[in-house]
Design a protein around this ligand. Structure first.
Ligand SMILES: Cc1ncc(COP(=O)(O)O)c(C=O)c1O
Length: 357
């Protein structure tokens, strides 16, 4: 029987008590609904503090919704999004971008989950050719779905190429706090300041109950104004407009207020537990050639390749997902409440499964 504590997803963790408390604290009296409330107004200040004075934030319920709204705002009916094949928008949103927003996704293969300028350029052709869905947005994920991390320089290079071709750069930041903690940089340094136009800011994985936001980095530029003007309507028609928004905004304020203190503290725990796990699996791999580690663990996820029978045995102790059934690569996610005991227990379980073969 698998332990209830597992490594399947950072969403398996509960709500951070401070986030829960923030909802209790705003749970009194009547306030205006649909975002016209003091907590949501406060969130705008939080967004500007983190992303710069021109930024605007739009709270939503979940990450898929944030991505679909952001991408919809940035594209016309005949336009398309470029992303890597492992992007959440392509592989894990049940086709929501296609179904809800009618979006065409042009994907490129990337073993480590990162888009590069070279890979991006393979999709930059046939502009003005009526038979091809026209690329309008580049979407990257920070940290990536493969546990890797973009440097600010890499993001700047992608933004420059995107902008040269009149494309916007969207960042799926479901794990933006893990990225900030891993880079040791303020959020703006690897978003606003390096040419990102739109961010889906994640709260849930780092301790919220259900709270994410779409951020428009420069709502004063002509294009940014258009994006910001579209956002309320797209959020409503995409069923992401919370009537009791004060509770969504309170969660975001608890995590990202005070220069994202709580989100960063939580991300540091998740990242450091992933480092402990990564080192432990590398030690095992040094003794067992059938265990390998194709990608570095740069944030809160570790992606080793394990023999299938070992995976099956360990899954009886700790639940996690097989990421690639062909190679046997598995995904081990650490969350804000992963403990050293959890990690050491998983490592012991892998060692035991290998010894029992
Ligand atoms: C990279 C990434 N983007 C977006 C999401 C948003 O997902 P959800 O709609 O489940 O909140 C996730 C969740 O797994 C994710 O990993």
């Amino acid at each position: 029987m698998a332990s209830t504590r597992g490594f399947a997803s950072d969403n398996y963790a509960g709500v951070n008590p401070a986030v829960m408390q923030s909802m209790v604290e705003v749970n009194h009296g009547h306030v205006s609904a649909y975002g016209d409330d003091p907590e949501t107004a406060k969130f705008q200040g939080v967004v500007q503090d983190l992303f710069g004075p021109q930024a605007m934030g739009f709270p939503v319920f979940n990450g898929t919704g944030a991505n679909v709204i952001a991408l919809q705002a940035a594209t016309k009916r005949w336009e398309a999004v470029i992303c890597v094949d492992s992007a959440h928008i392509h592989s894990d949103e049940g086709g929501a971008p296609e179904k809800m927003a009618g979006l065409k996704l042009w994907t490129v293969p990337s073993p480590d989950g990162k888009l590069t300028v070279e890979l991006l350029k393979t999709q930059l052709f046939d502009f003005g050719f009526v038979h091809r869905s026209q690329p309008a947005v580049v979407s990257i994920t920070q940290t990536t779905e493969m546990g890797t991390l973009y440097t600010p320089e890499e993001i700047r290079a992608l933004a420059d190429v995107a902008h040269e071709h009149n494309l916007l750069l969207h960042m799926d930041g479901a794990r933006l706090s893990n990225a900030a903690a891993a880079l040791g940089l303020p959020f703006a340094d690897f978003t606003t300041k390096v040419g990102v136009d739109l961010v889906s800011l994640g709260g849930t994985k780092i301790g919220a109950l259900a709270a994410e936001a779409v951020i428009v980095m420069d709502s004063t530029s002509e294009r940014g104004r258009e994006l910001a003007d579209a956002m309320p309507y797209l959020r409503k028609t995409s069923m992401q407009l919370a009537s009791k928004m004060r509770f969504v905004s309170a969660q975001l304020n608890a995590l990202f207020g005070d220069s994202a203190k709580l989100a960063l503290e939580s991300a540091r725990v998740a990242n450091s537990m992933a480092q402990r796990l990564y080192k432990g699996v590398l030690e095992i791999a040094a003794e067992h050639s059938e265990v390998t580690m194709p990608n570095p663990a740069q944030a809160n996820a570790v992606f080793p390749i394990l023999p299938a029978d070992v995976t099956e045995r360990v899954q009886q102790d700790y639940w996690f997902y097989v990421w690639n059934h062909q190679t046997g690569q598995v995904r081990l996610m650490c969350s804000w409440d992963t403990s050293e005991d959890d990690v050491d227990g998983l490592l012991a379980s892998i060692r035991a499964a290998l010894a029992a073969r």
